[in-house]
Design a protein around this ligand. Sequence first.
Ligand SMILES: [Zn+2]
Length: 312
Amino acid sequence: MTLRIENHQLVGELVSHRSTPNHGGIMAPSYLILHYTAGRSVEGSVESLCTRKPRGNASAHVVLGREGQIVQLAPFNVVTWHAGVSQWAGLMGLNSHSIGIEMDNAGLLKKVGKQYQAWFGKVYPEDEVTLAAHRNGGPVSPWHAYSEAQIERAIELAELLVEHYDLQDVLGHEDIAPGRKIDPGPAFPLGAVRSRVLGREQDEAARYVVTARSLNIRKGPDASFEAVAAALKIGTEVLLLEARDRWSLVEVVADPEIEGWVSNAYIAASGGGDSSVSPRSAVTGPASTNPGTAPVSRKNGGKGKKARRHAQ
Ligand SMILES: [Zn+2]
């Protein structure tokens, strides 16, 4: 199932083409945006995305089916209408900057008796349902699961597009239009797909080391959040995933399963990695304002003051 791109069109097994009239002019894409169709079938979605309506015309570059089949509706260097009102990284209206993939998936379901039903009435068996809360908020709800073949094909297609067009990021519609859109939703492993496709999250993450004797790693950027794992010991190496003013999201190098928020006051850039950005010095000023890491303790070689026993 090797895919390639020729003249902005996909070539490969399980690839077919239809031409949608719903498109704009030429563009140079910078992002890949993933969606679900909230539809019944690939055929139905392709039909809808290739139809001119009195209003609300929509389209995408490709529709990706549950067996991994792909229908391309427009060349990748032409604007399609999948993003709507949206913004990301200072850009408004992502249609003019992105490639859109619609994945055949019924979306958010509702429980009717013991069954799970789509908005268009079709009922899905329990083994095609994922129960999860959306990361943008809301209760635990039933979502139509994506098939393995579809997820694998999405990764293959995303890798090809990112490389071919040198795309900056792989995002969900829910990222660029939060509050308005919830696709591809929690049934799609967007975070894992994204880091696999971009293959840079771990390479680029700066290495830090825990400077407190014992440092809590929490669910959120605040001491009120509960711990996600046992407190980290002094010297534990972590990768910085996201820096905020007082807290940073980190991943433990020795156990990447452990990911959570730690106070910036008790981590320091380690010599091994890219130490050019310190969350502490960059955004909260000198470390001396923080009790456990006063400069005096460093001058004394750490003898005078002990690291706080149980930081934050
Ligand atoms: Zn969408």
